[in-house]
Each structure stands twice: as structure tokens, then as C-alpha cells.
Design a protein. Structure first.
Ligand SMILES: Cc1cc2nc3c(=O)[nH]c(=O)nc-3n(C[C@H](O)[C@H](O)[C@H](O)COP(=O)(O)OP(=O)(O)OC[C@H]3O[C@@H](n4cnc5c(N)ncnc54)[C@H](O)[C@@H]3O)c2cc1C
Length: 298
């Protein structure tokens, strides 16, 4: 390490190794960690301000982080931050940007000419609309249908990008000598580009809000394409703050929360009482969710 790299700041050795590396996502996307602040020890250090040095029962780092996660004492997790450079299709960006508790700076199609890069799904992603889940996939299309769909997606995007290039190259036929204007204004030339077009942004978020993002976007309920990004971020969190990652998986991601009525059903089941959806008082969806959490076959 050169002298200029010596720091007094808390670092994460595993994340240091990843800084600046492009981690591929989908066909043209990536996530690159630009910078970060804090580590597991920084969370513990911040938490101890509230508990005081004398609190021995929760004094071990992992124990304290588990305690914070379990009791939703979230502010110590806000002491850590991460900044990533992300390249992603616009339709993924539209879902991602809904997470307001982050700072974003995106490439501008008003200032720059956008690259001809658009997302084409992998063949296994080409499925029918699910009949029971409005946000889900059903069976895969036939190989012939897949080839046809992929061809349509590619041809349409190619055509729009060809028009984009044409619009940007329009010549001003009435040009006076001293002016060198050409091309339709970039802010309008872009408006027909497909949602599959790749965009790029810098995204900075604290760890508490990143975990919230991951709980929603690394979940099986999220669309595959944003989940692909969330899974990479999830792995980054594991390298960055392994104790927090383990606590998050245990208490939030793979843990469960129960309503009062669901707890009542669990108590009846533990007492050996047979319960069905009809006798549970739960809606069909709540009942199915509870059975999934308890791994009860229905
Ligand atoms: C599977 C899935 C399907 C979805 N479907 C749709 C859809 O069909 N249509 C649609 O429009 N959206 C949809 N969304 C987006 C969703 O409704 C949220 O907007 C998105 O997930 C961001 O969540 P958030 O507001 O908790 O996060 P953030 O914006 O990051 O906010 C973090 C937290 O800060 C607090 N907060 C932030 N801003 C405010 C505020 N103004 N007022 C009060 N509290 C605030 C809240 O506690 C919030 O949980 C979907 C999301 C998922 C995961």
C-alpha cells in the first residue's frame, strides 16, 4: 500500500478488494462500488453511545448487532454509507428510483448522446403471464415463440435507435455561415427510445435504507431484472458488513412477522387443534402466507 493510501478511517478489507471493480448484471449492466463509509465496528461504536460502555450483556459485536436488528433499532445502521455506479435498463431504473431515501445522479440524455445499448431478456425469462399472480410469470414460451419474441424486441429497438441516429444527424438547410447547428435537439431526439435502453447513475445510500431496498428487491416478489441487481448488492453487503448481513438474513429476510390472528392460529396448532383456512379467520392470502412460513403443506 502506498503512503497516500494510509487512512485512519474504519475500513472493510473485503470491500476494499472490490472498489472500482465492475460486477456484471444482465446483458450490458454493471454495479461498481465507488466508495463507502463505515463497517460492522462503526455500527457497534455508534450503538454504544446509546447503551454506554457499562452495558455488558450485549457487549459482543455480533450480539449487539443482532439485538439492534431484532429490535429495529435502526439508526446505528445509518452510520454506514455506500456509493455505487450502476448501469441498468430504464424500466429497472423506474422501479429502483422509487426508493427515495438515497442520493442519485443520472446520465442526462439532454447533454449526452445515449449509447445504442438495450436489454434483451435471456431466453429462460420469456414466459406467459401468470394466471393467478398479476406480477408474476407462468410457464415458459415454446422455443419457436421465444425466437419470435426475441426477434421482435431486437428489431423494434434497432429501428428506434436507427431513427434516433437519423434525428441527431438532421442538417439545418437554412444555416447561415457563422452557425454550425445540426441534429434535432437531444432532449427530443431521445423520447421514443425504448424502456430497455441502458442508463447509468451514481447511487448513494445508507446501510439501513439499503437493507430496506434489499428486503423488497432481493425478494422473490420483485421482478427478475431488478432482483439481479439486488442480489449483487446483497453480496456486496455480505463482504462489507458480514455481521450485519447475517443478522439481516436471520431476523428480516428469512425471519417472519405474524399478525395477532396468525399468532392465535399458531397457538391453536401447537395445542394440537386442527385448523383450516375456513376456521382460521385468515383470508386465503394470509393463510397461504402463514402456511408457507410454517412450511405446512396445504
Ligand atoms: C414487489 C413490488 C411491487 C410494487 N408495485 C408497485 C406498483 O404497482 N405501483 C407503484 O406505484 N409502486 C409499486 N411499488 C413501489 C413501492 O410502493 C414503493 O414505492 C417502493 O418499494 C419504495 O419503498 P419505500 O417507500 O418503502 O422506500 P423509500 O422511498 O426508500 O423510503 C424508505 C422509507 O422512508 C419512509 N418514507 C420515505 N418517504 C416518505 C414519505 N413521503 N412519507 C412517509 N414516509 C416516507 C418510509 O418509511 C419508507 O419505507 C412496488 C414495490 C415492490 C417491491
Amino acid at each position: 500500500m502506498s503512503a497516500s493510501n494510509i487512512t485512519k478511517r474504519a475500513i472493510s478489507e473485503e470491500l476494499e478488494l472490490l472498489l472500482g471493480e465492475s460486477l456484471s448484471v444482465l446483458d450490458h449492466g454493471f454495479i461498481r462500488v465507488i466508495d463507502y463509509m463505515g463497517n460492522d465496528a462503526a455500527i457497534v461504536q455508534a450503538a454504544r453511545v446509546s447503551y454506554g460502555a457499562g452495558t455488558k450483556s450485549i457487549s459482543e459485536d455480533a450480539g449487539l448487532i443482532n439485538y439492534l436488528m431484532m429490535n429495529a433499532h435502526t439508526s446505528p445502521f445509518e452510520m454506514c454509507e455506500i456509493k455505487v455506479h450502476v448501469k441498468l435498463p430504464i424500466f429497472v431504473a423506474r422501479q429502483w428510483i422509487r426508493h427515495r431515501a438515497a442520493s442519485v445522479n443520472e446520465v442526462s440524455g439532454r447533454y449526452s448522446v445515449l449509447s445504442k445499448e438495450f436489454y434483451l431478456p435471456n431466453l429462460v425469462q420469456l414466459c406467459y403471464q401468470s394466471s393467478h399472480n398479476k406480477q408474476g410469470k407462468g410457464a415458459e414460451l415454446s422455443p419457436e415463440q421465444k425466437a419470435c419474441v426475441l426477434d421482435m424486441l431486437r428489431t423494434d429497438a434497432e429501428q428506434v435507435f436507427a431513427h434516433y441516429t437519423t434525428l441527431l444527424a438532421l442538417q439545418n438547410t437554412e444555416q447561415r455561415e457563422q452557425l454550425t447547428e445540426s441534429g434535432l435537439t437531444r432532449e427530443l431526439a431521445r423520447i421514443n427510445l425504448p424502456l430497455s435502453t441502458y442508463t447509468e447513475w451514481y447511487w448513494k445510500i445508507d446501510l439501513h435504507n439499503l437493507l430496506h431496498f434489499l428486503s423488497l428487491r432481493a425478494s422473490p416478489h420483485a421482478q427478475y431484472e431488478i432482483r439481479a441487481y439486488a442480489e449483487i448488492l446483497f453480496d456486496i453487503v455480505k463482504r462489507w458488513v458480514p455481521l450485519t448481513h447475517a443478522a439481516f438474513v436471520n431476523y428480516r429476510l428469512e425471519g417472519g412477522r405474524f399478525s395477532k390472528m396468525a399468532l392465535e392460529v399458531i397457538r391453536r396448532l401447537l395445542a394440537g387443534v386442527s385448523v383450516t383456512q375456513e376456521t382460521s379467520g385468515l383470508s386465503k392470502r394470509e393463510w397461504e402466507n402463514l402456511c408457507r412460513l410454517l412450511q405446512i403443506k396445504i
